[in-house]
Write a protein that binds this ligand. Structure first.
Ligand SMILES: CC(C)(COP(=O)(O)OP(=O)(O)OC[C@H]1O[C@@H](n2cnc3c(N)ncnc32)[C@H](O)[C@@H]1OP(=O)(O)O)[C@@H](O)C(=O)NCCC(=O)NCCS
Length: 179
């Protein structure tokens, strides 16, 4: 399996079936920090068995060719993730991009390196043409990552995703990969 070294002893690799317990641990550690940026989660989401169901569903989506899930690892810990979801083929060849990093690893350029690495995998291995990402209007850190990775602003989509229990406006970005 391809492993991309991102710096600071952190690497990006594909999600494995055996990652559930480490992911549950990471979600428990980052629960309060991620809450404003994510959908409301059931209590079971933060348990090992809940994460096993999430991982199994994602790996099924990967098998069906509609998702490409990755994790950021430091030693045995999972310290972040990057997901390509909603892969559409045909005339679109596009995927949605999502990501987060553990509080202790932010601000070191790691997510910028991870998004760049996944964009490279998306064009080289998955033969995608385009990635799209949506950020809450106030998520300056995420917008900085996208701009640095060559994403261009599309515009504001009103009430686009239900985040933290509210349908919230998002700033949409895209990156055309092959150019
Ligand atoms: C967004 C996130 C993934 C960024 O990860 P990261 O590893 O810290 O990102 P990087 O270090 O590669 O780059 C961060 C950039 O944002 C800037 N930044 C960090 N915090 C910021 C803030 N509060 N306001 C404005 N810019 C900020 C950094 O300065 C850097 O940009 P620069 O180098 O051009 O100055 C991380 O903050 C996170 O996990 N946030 C919570 C979840 C989330 O928002 N996910 C994305 C949903 S769209």
């Amino acid at each position: 399996m391809a492993v991309v070294h991102l710096g600071h002893e952190v690497a990006l690799r594909e999600l494995l079936r055996t990652d559930a317990a480490a992911l549950a641990d990471a979600y428990r550690t980052n629960r309060a920090r991620l809450a404003p940026w994510e959908p409301l989660r059931q209590e079971s989401f933060f348990t090992d068995s809940g994460q096993q169901s999430e991982v199994d569903a994602l790996l099924e989506d990967r098998g069906a060719g509609i998702a490409a899930p990755f994790v950021l690892v430091h030693g045995g810990r999972i310290v972040g993730r990057v997901n390509l979801s909603g892969i559409v083929r045909g005339a679109f060849q596009s995927a949605n991009l999502g990501y987060w990093i553990d509080a202790g690893y932010g601000g070191r350029g790691l997510m910028t390196a991870a998004v760049d690495a996944v964009a490279e995998i998306a064009v080289r291995d998955l033969r995608l043409h385009r990635l799209q990402a949506g950020t809450l209007l106030r998520n300056s850190a995420s917008q900085a990552v996208l701009r640095r990775c060559g994403f261009a602003e599309i515009g504001v989509a009103e009430r686009y995703l239900r985040i933290a229990g509210e349908w919230q406006d998002h700033l949409l970005f895209q990156r055309i990969l092959a150019d």
